[in-house]
Ligand binder design. Structure first.
Ligand code: ZN
Length: 374
């Protein structure tokens, strides 16, 4: 372990710390979180091979320094520029169909994701680009549209209300108990109508979601087709929905939008209203706007990220659906985002440094590393 680590250092472990993104020129690094310098590490018994130190390719001339970390970069090979899946589910039902998944299929999706190294993260974490997942694992966002009763169902029993163990929330709660490394997170995209199908319990359900770290997102007040609407119509559809749920639970904030029917505003001038707007003095701000399909997406600090057009992977077994993408990742695991396990650091192999939008890394430090065969 030590030997590998030292070798990684000699191969040119480089930290680029940019405090206050977007500034030109050299920026002073924040040393508070930086581990002890390399000199303090016990030297391995074996001589270390001389390998040329790799030069940074960043054009903004960041400050470069050698840093020791106890992460085994050669073994973990983190790549936090890789793909992140935002998976789209709807209903659970008896048969697998376009917008429904059986309970067994949903459970086996979770198991396969877990076994392949995925961990569920919140939309908030995705938006912040900060992932509290173990080194080597891959964040995934689970989303559920339309507020079906099968997403969150209470059973009325002699002992009181019980969460149905076969609804999404019941299944996710239990899966987390069995597999804590998977994490517990999901976002439910709701309309005002009759979310989760038991109106008398809606406030209790929203409270439970909030307390357990689940999230809700906007899916328009009446599931409106936003491509048919003008600025006022879009703002009413989205703002009224936020207003409605805010009255039910003001702690649950909607900060992302899943486009109803996958259809967004019809032109560039109207697109802004999917992100921000106002209805009856009530403001809304969506940090991400989610489409319906059809492929994994990217971290928010990726050069190709667009907050107005975040792709989702549809659950299911057909081409370009979840099972298909998991097969793809078994063949090409290097496509995935691989975490370094550190929330405030973005670890990138040198060869992928050009994927990073330096203006979007916020307060995180960018950490470039080079290994012999990368
Ligand atoms: Zn919908």
């Amino acid at each position: 372990m030590k030997k590998t680590f030292l070798r990684a250092c000699m191969l040119g472990l480089i930290v680029i710390a940019l405090a206050g993104c977007g500034n030109e020129g050299v920026v002073t690094a924040d040393h508070n979180d930086v581990p002890e310098p390399v000199d303090n590490v016990p030297v391995s018994e074996e001589p270390v091979k001389e390998v040329p130190v790799v030069e940074s390719t960043v054009t903004k001339k960041p400050e470069v320094m050698d840093v020791v970390t106890d992460l085994d970069y050669e073994k973990i090979r983190p790549d936090e520029s890789g793909e992140i899946m935002i998976i789209m589910y709807h209903n659970l039902s008896e048969k697998n169909m376009t917008y429904s998944r059986t309970i067994d299929s949903f459970k086996s999706d979770l198991q396969r994701l877990y076994d392949m190294g995925f961990s569920a993260v919140s939309m908030r974490d995705y938006i912040n680009g900060k992932f509290d997942v173990e080194a080597g694992r891959t964040p995934v966002v689970l989303t559920f549209d339309d507020g079906h009763r099968t997403n969150f169902n209470y059973l009325e029993t002699d002992d009181g209300l019980l969460i149905d163990p076969d609804c999404v929330v019941g299944i996710l709660d239990a899966f987390y108990v069995e597999n804590p490394l998977f994490g517990k997170a999901a976002v439910f995209y709701l309309n005002a109508g009759n979310p989760f199908g038991q109106p008398k319990y809606i406030e209790q359900k929203l409270l439970y979601l909030h307390e357990q770290g689940y999230e809700i997102g906007n899916h328009a007040y009446n599931h409106e087709d936003l491509s048919e609407m003008d600025a006022d119509g879009i703002q009413k559809a989205l703002g009224k929905n936020v207003q409605h749920f805010n009255k039910l639970n003001s702690d649950l904030v909607m900060e992302s939008l899943a486009l109803p029917y996958g259809k967004g505003p019809q032109n560039e001038a109207l697109k802004i209203y999917a992100l921000n707007g106002r209805y009856e003095g009530f403001e809304y701000n969506n940090q991400t706007v989610l489409r319906v399909g059809w492929k994994p997406y990217l971290p928010v600090y990726h050069m190709d990220f667009s907050q107005s057009g975040v792709h989702r992977v549809q659950s299911g077994d057909a081409d370009m659906q979840l099972s298909w993408w998991l097969d793809e990742y078994e063949k090409n695991p290097q496509r995935k985002f691989i975490s370094d396990g550190l929330e405030n650091r973005i670890s990138i192999p040198s060869v992928h440094l050009d994927r990073i939008n330096l203006d979007a890394i916020s307060d995180k430090e960018l950490f470039e590393y080079t290994l012999e065969d990368l």
